[in-house]
Design a protein around this ligand. Sequence first.
Ligand code: SF4
Length: 184
Amino acid sequence: MSKRSSGSTGFYNSKARSLVGMAQRLVEAFDGEVPGAMEDLVTLPGVGRKTANVVRSVALGLPGLPVDTHVLRLSRRLGITDETDPVKVEYVLNAMIPAAERGGFSLRMILHGRRTCFARKPNCGACVLADFCPSAGTGEPRPLAKSSIQRGERNNDSRRRIAEPIALSTSRKRTAKSSRGVPS
Ligand code: SF4
């Protein structure tokens, strides 16, 4: 990839430098193969945990839960965690989501953040998670716009696939508390 082809993403000078450095390190340290281990991936220039998790989950079919700005925002709004550090949020989510489902879960959170739970004005009136989201009502009470994720079966499927792991985690926490005699 050249400086010109990475230009549309911004910061093309540093990205071009990272791409060249990454390619060199892949050849020198990993025989030209993209490694699968997190500790190896983050040694590549320009690659942090988020990118490493994308590579693991999307390209290599390994467990990986990328925490981007949408996953971070939704995790807080949905009451999953108060953490603001992406790495800590990743660990919290990893403890809740089965390894094989982490990449898909992250993608669904990203899609929900892009299409419904907007940063400035969440579309609560059209949100499939509104009946259990503790932040419901902080955004727009009436649907702002229809999007493909808010229609038909994909609507229910999206809700189920985001909501089920969260509900499971909440019930586990309650069970743990009650077994310790802590009122929930
Ligand atoms: S109810 Fe509102 S704040 Fe909660 S996830 Fe949906 S859009 Fe976001």
